[in-house]
Write a protein that binds this ligand. Structure first.
Ligand code: MN
Length: 303
């Protein structure tokens, strides 16, 4: 993985920084690092929301009502607080820091993300989407909760392997294509090995680091190009970072609302299934009201 003679081992070249845009999900503010107008994907990763930090009480929290997904996996990872996941497979799962919720939509799933009703304090985390490859995106939906994940000491960092591999450690979580997802808890300047055949994204949740010539702070995304064998994190303050990556995503991708597909007609079909409740998306048991889909702009234009 590290001994590609063509990779540049010394310089962090070609790193670009993008600003995240602010959005609201449920009751809280998020920083949307992906997609960017000029950078839709990083490997198969196609969406990244840094959630919070927000202040929750027993009666106020992550209140995202039932909504559908197709063609993607959702990765939920918290660094503080807790949340409750309900889905149309019948899953009910509390998630806490250090644990991974991985939901595979395939042809269609619906879920809600709720407060647990017993937590008071800061809530912060990240939710990412992985575009499923063609062979699995029309398949069955599924849900995995991982209570424990491999942790690897790298320099002065503790790296948790959410997805894929780092050195000799592999995540037990399902992945349908080559990718990596790492949580890096770093105290002083450290170097994380990268697969040179992957492009990578760096999202800082807390703290600040310098990567080559650029400083990355919460609210921005750094893109590290293919051919980079090491990620040198020059730590400006102790930081909590997500590193995502994979081979450049070559299949055509269309995304709209909560759906990932290859052609617009597939988005229209998913929109109609959710809106007409035709049974493609099974019911979710939730105290919250389902979220209505907006009318796609390409359907409005024909009115
Ligand atoms: Mn969702």
């Amino acid at each position: 993985m590290r001994d590609n003679p063509d990779a540049d081992e010394t310089a962090m070249e070609g790193v670009r920084v993008y600003g995240a845009h602010r959005a609201t999900v449920g009751s809280i503010d998020v920083r949307r690092a992906l997609p960017q107008r000029t950078r839709r994907t990083i490997g198969p990763w196609c969406f990244a929301d840094h959630l919070g930090p927000a202040s929750f009480t027993e009666r106020e929290g992550l209140d995202v009502g039932p909504h559908p997904h197709v063609g993607l996996q959702t990765v939920t990872w918290l660094i503080e607080g807790e949340a409750l996941h309900h889905d149309s497979l019948g899953t009910e799962q509390v998630i806490k820091p250090g644990q991974l919720n991985l939901m595979t939509a395939g042809r269609g799933v619906a879920h809600a993300e709720e407060r647990t009703g017993r937590y008071r304090g800061t809530f912060e985390g990240i939710q990412l989407w992985i575009a499923q490859p063609d062979w699995s995106r029309g398949g069955a939906s599924a849900f995995e909760h991982h209570h424990e994940l491999p942790r690897v000491a790298v320099g002065d960092a503790v790296v948790t392997v959410l997805l894929g591999d780092l050195l000799d450690s592999s995540s037990p979580a399902r992945h349908d294509s080559d990718l990596v997802g790492l949580d890096v808890d770093v105290r002083s300047t450290s170097t994380v090995p990268l697969a040179p055949s992957f492009e990578h994204g760096v999202i800082v949740l807390r703290g600040s680091v310098r990567i080559g010539e650029v400083v990355v702070t919460p609210g921005s995304l750094a893109h590290v190009p293919i051919g980079t064998a090491e990620l040198r994190l020059e730590v400006l303050e102790p930081s909590r970072i997500m590193v995502i990556g994979g081979p450049a995503f070559e299949e055509p991708l269309v995304m709209w609302w909560n759906f990932v597909a290859r052609r617009r007609e597939e988005l229209t079909a998913a929109y109609q299934s959710w809106t007409t409740r035709d049974g493609r998306f099974a019911e979710v048991t939730s105290a919250l009201a389902p979220i209505a889909a907006p009318v796609p702009f390409w359907l409005r234009a024909g009115d």
